[in-house]
Design a protein around this ligand. Structure first.
Ligand SMILES: *Cc1c(COP(=O)(O)O)cnc(C)c1O
Length: 353
């Protein structure tokens, strides 16, 4: 792929890497590439970060024909810059786009675009503990028409944001509200896709939980409102009686790359991992009887986020005495150790830029 590069007339001043927050800053450049039926994907470019002009008829604004990815570039102690399993993000976006009838970005093009942009912006990869360069690839339908149909034209773009910890409270246990009124996804819908529509349907529940003093919601399945699915925008895992239980990928749960990596690591460490349906009643009973040893969410943004409290129908249970569990911490240290190059990567998951 031949990527055209347009140099910015002036570069931005870098922010204080101690005060990055999450998603507050963007870098100098972005990757943009367009698709239509006649030309396929064409004109890949790296251009100065700027606004898009958009016709008010753009179908994405009306029908939400949009998918995205979330990944990170990490700076190692010896100043290398590496990605974590980027081909998995590329593959997942292909599946998301397929479901939404958006043009699929071939895996090699996706990875090449990300690598090329990060390489140009390498000075933006922060060097402090817990910091990284967040990468946000997006596909949206760029066609202008009022009707609903598979779009004839799409745009794929990638932007970058230097970030610190996802939660302002850092890697500390969070309080979770078990949501029964609203659901995130159903089998047959788009739960397995990383698409904006899933998030549009979820912010109401998040608002409700936050008003009650909770950081996030625990989603139950859309049919029975009984089986645990995800926690906020993360996959969820529970250590019960020494085994790790996590909901299976049946169509309503997002196939997280962190989830996949953690399952791999746990099995290598000799843990039994059960990918199976877990009812909220079974979970609450395990919590009441002290068999729920640890609980955590997994996702690229926060990596591992310990769960310290669950509220289901007003019954409140505490997990691991509201402390980060031993296994939770060990997994966090191991995975982030690989990502920041502090420990050797035994799996070949890291890709140097
Ligand atoms: C992105 C996302 C995850 C986590 O996926 P990772 O690949 O681990 O970052 C989990 N659930 C939802 C709903 C997501 O959007």
């Amino acid at each position: 792929m031949e990527i055209k590069f347009t140099k910015a007339s002036q570069l931005k001043e870098k922010p204080d890497f101690n005060k990055l927050g999450f998603g507050k800053y963007v870098t100098d450049y972005m990757f943009v590439m367009d698709y239509d039926h006649e030309q396929g994907w064409h004109d890949p470019q790296i251009v100065p970060y700027d606004e898009f002009m958009m016709d008010p008829r753009c179908v994405t604004l009306h029908y939400g024909l949009e998918t995205f990815e979330g990944m990170k570039a990490y700076r190692t102690a010896d100043d290398r810059i590496q990605l974590f399993r980027p081909e998995m993000n590329a593959k997942r976006m292909i599946k998301s786009n397929e479901r939404l009838c958006l043009a699929e970005v071939p895996e090699d093009m996706f990875v090449e675009a990300v690598k090329a942009l990060v390489a140009i912006e390498k000075d933006w990869v922060p060097n402090l503990p817990e910091t990284s360069l967040y990468i946000r690839p997006v596909t949206y339908a760029s066609e202008c028409s009022i009707g609903v149909h598979p779009p004839k034209s799409c745009r794929f773009y990638v932007i970058l944001s230097p970030v610190g910890c996802y939660y302002p409270e850092g890697v500390n246990p969070v309080k979770i509200y078990v949501e029964e009124e609203y659901v995130r996804a159903v089998i047959g819908g788009t739960g397995f896709c990383k698409c904006g529509g899933n998030y549009a349907a979820s912010v109401k529940a998040q608002e409700k939980a936050q008003k009650m003093g909770y950081t996030q919601v625990l989603w139950l399945d859309g049919v029975h409102r009984e089986y645990v699915e995800e926690v906020g925008t993360m996959n969820v895992m529970f250590k019960i009686d020494g085994k790790v239980v996590t909901p299976p990928l049946e169509g309503s749960v997002l196939p997280g790359i962190t989830r996949d990596s953690i399952i791999h690591v746990l099995k290598d460490w000799g843990y039994e991992v059960e990918e199976r349906r877990l009812s909220i009643h079974e979970l609450m009973e395990a919590a009441r009887t002290g068999r729920l040893e640890e609980a955590w969410g997994t996702g690229t943004a926060a990596v591992i986020s310990p769960i310290g409290e669950l509220n289901y129908r007003g019954e409140i249970v505490t997990v691991s005495d509201f402390k980060t569990g031993e296994l939770t911490q060990k997994l966090y240290d191991f995975l982030t150790g690989i990502q920041w190059g502090k420990i050797e990567d035994p799996y070949g998951w890291t890709v140097e830029v």
